[in-house]
Design a protein around this ligand. Structure first.
Ligand SMILES: [Zn+2]
Length: 128
């Protein structure tokens, strides 16, 4: 099994553990955060492996049924290095206005491949 699928599985395991704590009425936030962290590590690995430059980006769902609260919406489109994202963990946010529900807002980390002003993907330099 590759490291990537390890992180992916870790993320799913933490998420289901967080769901279990939520159902028990216990503090699930630390495990929810670990789930997001594992997903970030998964994306960071993909970023390392790709020949194209990339960053972490926070994406909010615009689905009508699962729109975001104003606090989560503020973070939509925020881009940072994977190192920064893993250190600062901007999402999940504790004061999400929909945090009465375990599902919260649909915010997640995404891998953003960088493009130049002509819209062309930017390849890594050999000395990067
Ligand atoms: Zn929210």
């Amino acid at each position: 099994m590759s490291n990537s699928s390890n992180f992916y599985n870790q993320s799913k395991i933490y998420l289901s553990m967080a769901g279990f704590l939520y159902n028990e009425g216990k503090d699930f936030f630390p495990l929810l955060k670990e789930s997001y962290r594992a997903e970030l590590l998964n994306l960071q690995l993909k970023s390392f492996e790709s020949p194209i430059k990339s960053m972490a980006e926070i994406v909010n769902s615009t689905n009508k049924n699962s729109g975001s609260c104003s606090k989560c919406k503020e973070l939509n489109g925020l881009q940072m290095s994977f190192e920064d994202a893993i250190e600062k963990m901007p999402i999940p946010i504790k004061n999400c206005e929909r945090s009465v529900s375990f599902n919260r807002c649909t915010s997640f980390y995404h891998i953003k491949f960088l493009r130049d002003e002509d819209g062309m993907l930017i390849f890594k330099n050999e000395n990067d």
